[in-house]
Each structure stands twice: as C-alpha cells, then as structure tokens.
Design a protein around this ligand. Structure first.
Ligand code: NAP
Length: 254
C-alpha cells in the first residue's frame, strides 16, 4: 500500500499500545500520512522503539512514551506532559488491550479487573486526560477506539473481553455526543480476527481452517487492514463521521 498523501501533516497523534500488532500498524499508517506519532507502550520498550523506527523509515516522525493505561493518575500526568512537549494533541487512538480468556465459573476477579481496567477504563482515562487538548486542536480533534467483533456478538470464554469491548462502543457514542459541538469526532473500529501476538498463541491449524470458513473474504485480517480504517477516521475526509462503529472483519459479522 502506498498512501503518502500527507493528509495528517502537522498533526500530533497518540496511539496507546503502539508497540506491537495493530497499534504498530496504526502508528506507521499515521506517520506515513504526516502525523507526528507518540508510540505508547506498557512494558515492551524495545518493541515501541522498533515501531518508532518503522515510522521514521516511512518518512514520518515518532517518539515513545511509557504509561499503563489502566493507571488513571499516570495517564493524566503523561498526557499533560506530552501535550506540553508536542504543542497539543490532535488524534487519540485507544488501541491498548489485553485478552484473558476463560469460562465464567472459573474466571477470577483479578482477571476480570485486568481486562476491564485496561480495555475500557484505559480508554476512559486517556479520553478524559486528552479531551481539553482535542477540543483545542486546530482542525478538530479525533478519537478512534479499537473495539472488537466479540464486543458486538459475544464469544463463549471471552465474557470479560466482550464486556470491555461492548462498553467501549457505549463510551464511543457518548463521547461522540459530548464532544461534537467543537467538531471532535469519536468513532470505533471493530476488527474481526487479526493476526497478532494476541491471537497467535490460541490457534491450532484445524481451528484456524474452521475460522477462515466463517470469514466470507476467506482470510484472517492483517494489522494494516485495521490501520487503514483508523487512518481514514483520523483524517479530514472523515470529518462528518462520528459515533460510528466501522467493522473491519472480512465479513464475519454483517
Ligand atoms: P497485541 O499484539 O497483544 O498488542 C497489545 C498492545 O497493547 C501492546 O502494544 C501492549 O504494550 C499494549 N498494552 C497492553 N496493556 C497495556 C496497558 N495497560 N497500557 C498500555 N499499553 C498496553 O494486541 P493486538 O492484537 O495488536 O490488539 C490491539 C487492539 O486491538 C486491542 O485493543 C485488541 O483488543 C483489539 N483487537 C484485536 C483483535 C485481533 O484479532 N488481534 C481483534 C479485535 C480487536 P506492550 O508491548 O508494552 O506490552
């Protein structure tokens, strides 16, 4: 793919969980389009630096920033500092996420809390901290939240994950209404099954073949498939789209 239209020239974008997988592809896509990207990570600084190098190689600019999205005060402090250091914030992509799977009868409180605190409270923390910066953004700020097909249709063994991702859709629509008066748009991208570290370990060959049978486009998605949708929603061509969930799932849910 070679889109280098620089539609995001001069924009500052923060991508949570930008160190790996979908987040990494989002960072590169935004950098290719001219944004200065802040690559957030939780623990994998090596991976975040690799992402930043890929952004630079794509002709863009990037810096890395460590914070745990589930830690509200740390997020507030980090975003305040980043806003000062980079002269504001135009785009926030809430991508950081974890999946802990297990049947409900054996699921522990700590597991539930970890998933909800990261996937749902994490997006609340960043949006709250970034809202005033996004409202002051020159041509209207953007928030893009990464939800999941599982949040739209449920999945046995993924109750906490599904609940967190369904909650993120409610958060998206509410923030879209709350921030619309200043032109800030808030949307969600809902990926289907995407090849990343998150999905790699749970997929024996037979299961993989069965999964592909349920995807009309006949393949598992790539991180870039999701990143392209995020970059579109973050750009000027999407200025009249808000409160929406854009599905990037090969047709597995219509
Ligand atoms: P991944 O490869 O496991 O990467 C997860 C990313 O989130 C890493 O960059 C990780 O940082 C970061 N992260 C985790 N906990 C964090 C925290 N507390 N604070 C800050 N960053 C944190 O996952 P992925 O598959 O790319 O998924 C990215 C997003 O897409 C997630 O929200 C996921 O739920 C969603 N999604 C994925 C799929 C799929 O099929 N893969 C489908 C639908 C939705 P470190 O590198 O520092 O650990």
């Amino acid at each position: 793919m070679a889109i280098h239209d620089k539609a995001l020239d001069g924009k500052v974008a923060l991508v949570t969980g930008g160190s790996r997988g979908i987040g990494r592809a989002v960072c590169v896509a935004l950098a290719q389009r001219g944004a200065k990207v802040i690559v957030n990570f939780a623990g994998r600084e090596d991976a975040a630096r690799e992402t930043a190098a890929l952004c630079t190689a794509a002709g863009g600019q990037a810096v890395v920033a460590q914070f745990d999205v589930s830690d509200g005060p740390a997020v507030t402090e980090a975003i305040k500092t980043l806003g000062k250091d980079h002269g504001g914030l135009d785009i926030l992509v809430n991508n950081a996420g974890v999946a802990i799977n297990g049947l409900i009868m054996r699921f522990k409180d700590e597991q539930w809390d970890k998933v909800l605190d990261t996937n749902l409270a994490g997006a609340f923390h960043t949006a709250r901290a970034a809202a005033s910066l996004l409202l002051r953004a020159k041509d209207a700020g953007r928030i893009v939240n990464i939800t999941s097909v599982v949040g739209e249709m449920g999945n046995g063994g993924q109750a906490a994950y599904a609940a967190s991702k369904a909650g993120l859709i409610g958060l998206t629509m509410s923030l879209a209404k709350e921030l619309a008066s200043r032109g800030v748009t808030v949307n969600a991208v809902s990926p289907g099954f995407i090849e990343t570290d998150m999905t790699a370990e749970h997929l024996p060959d037979a299961q993989r073949a069965k999964l592909i049978e349920g995807i009309p486009l006949g393949r598992i998605g790539a991180s870039e498939d999701v990143a392209n949708a995020v970059a579109f929603l973050a750009g000027p061509e999407a200025s009249y789209i808000t409160g929406q969930v854009i599905r990037v799932n090969g047709g597995m849910l219509m």
